[in-house]
Design a protein around this ligand. Structure first.
Ligand code: GAR
Length: 204
């Protein structure tokens, strides 16, 4: 157990990426342990997923804090108390403050449902459809001070079809998200990432 990577997973909603991380841990592909799941939404289905697998959950409601800094300082406290090595944003719909980013510098990963740097922010799939791209996909990246601007770890592309809706495209992208997020975390766990500026090389 000693050498398992300790994860803190932050969610706001359905938690299907959380589920794929749990599944990949349980099948032995991902050498990690989820120490804590934190949700800023008390109704997030991801809470049920975590509980089903015996993972501790903390709910932090946005409205219970005076400001973003207070919210984030509580987040830092919980994650540090759980000795978290790597913070995983899995559909966590909040922008993190600078003190949080400093507390976990190069130790926060996010998954975004578009091929960055295209379509950052919210509704990446809708933005892609409206733009009329023929290919979209998803990106796992480290989090920096910008919105979805951090160094890219893995991307996966999917085709966009003429009759796609936001739902059909999102479902196609989500399937790839569930594949590449655990893979990116495992690369980190294995110490395979060579980070130079904003370029990340995966060592063999
Ligand atoms: C995923 O598609 C994720 O890429 C996206 O939210 C969804 C969460 O799904 N994240 C963002 O848009 C972040 N900007 P999940 O709760 O089922 O994992």
């Amino acid at each position: 157990m000693a050498d398992l990577l300790k994860l803190g997973v932050l969610i706001s909603g359905n938690g299907s990426n959380l589920q794929s991380i749990i599944d990949n841990i349980e099948k032995g592909f991902l050498k990690a342990i989820i120490k804590i799941v934190i949700s800023n939404n008390p109704n997030a289905y991801g809470i049920t997923r975590a509980t089903k697998h015996g993972i501790p959950v903390v709910i932090l409601k946005n409205g219970d804090f005076k400001n973003k800094e207070d919210f984030d300082s509580e987040l830092i406290k919980i994650l540090k108390n759980n000795s978290v090595d790597l913070v995983i944003l899995a559909g966590f719909m909040r922008i993190l403050t600078s003190p949080f980013l400093k507390a976990f510098s190069q130790k926060i990963m996010n998954i975004h449902p578009a091929l960055l740097p295209s379509f950052p922010g919210i509704h990446g799939q809708k933005q892609a459809l409206e733009y009329g791209v023929k290919i979209s996909g998803c990106t796992v990246h480290f989090v920096d001070e910008g919105v979805d601007t951090g160094p890219i770890i893995i991307q996966s592309a999917v085709q966009v079809f003429d009759d796609d809706t936001e739902e059909t495209l999102s479902a196609r992208i989500l399937k790839e998200e569930h594949r590449i997020y655990p893979q990116a975390i495992q690369f980190y766990a294995e110490g395979k990432m060579e980070i130079k500026g904003r370029k990340i090389r995966i060592k063999n």
